[in-house]
Write a protein that binds this ligand. Structure first.
Ligand code: GLN
Length: 202
């Protein structure tokens, strides 16, 4: 499709192909990004789910962490899903001591927060900005957001067993993050929302 934004999917580790497909289906030109040169060729970046400790190690090993931080600081729109949310967070609880992030999102996230009993689950949740119909959110060893800074917009929460709830989707300027995996559901509304952010900020 002509006119769609060029959006990369960080291809160090994780479910890259699913995001490429969801972005293409949403009208973007999507491609994997595994080097600084490839990062230069896109307007925006999706950071997929996977394992944030491994992703952080590979980003350092491949010399990509600093280019990613520089792109983010320069205002590149970025969307992080699950491990990608951790990569965008300014503060990570239960991180490995040497775990690095790109940062920029003024949130505190907790890795593997939902615990062993509910390692993976699905929940229909309301997400601000995508219409009234509930979103089928898939959580896989997901982080949650424990604290947000003033400029962060909370987009979604999920109920916990004890009657409380926790934050699972946030936005801050050109940054978007979800604890869950929209690329696995066939529901394109989160990717479409990100494309809207990309159009707004580029
Ligand atoms: N638990 C993983 C981490 O801490 C994230 C899981 C996922 O991305 N599905 O990086």
């Amino acid at each position: 499709m002509t006119g769609g934004p060029r959006i990369g999917v960080l291809a160090l580790q994780g479910d890259v192909r699913e995001h490429v497909r969801a972005l293409e289906d949403s009208g973007a030109h999507a491609r994997p990004v595994g080097s600084a040169a490839e990062l230069d060729s896109v307007e925006a970046l999706v950071i997929p789910g996977g394992e944030s400790t491994t992703m952080s190690l590979l980003a350092v090993r491949d010399g990509l962490l600093e280019p990613l931080r520089a792109a983010r600081t320069a205002g590149m729109p970025m969307y992080g899903s699950c491990a990608g949310m951790i990569m965008l967070a300014d503060r990570v609880l239960d991180a490995r001591p040497d775990q690095q992030t790109i940062g920029g999102l003024d949130v505190t996230v907790r890795r593997n927060a939902f615990g062993r009993q509910v390692d993976s689950f699905e929940a229909d949740i309301e997400v601000d900005g995508i219409g009234d119909e509930a979103f089928p959110a898939v959580f896989i060893r997901a982080p949650w957001v424990e604290a947000v800074g003033e400029s962060v917009r909370v987009l979604a929460r999920v109920d916990l067993a004890d009657g409380a709830d926790t934050i699972v989707a946030v936005a801050q300027g050109p940054l978007l993050a979800t604890s869950f995996h929209p690329e696995l559901t066939g529901d394109l509304r989160i990717h479409e929302m990100f494309i809207g952010i990309v159009r707004q900020y580029s």
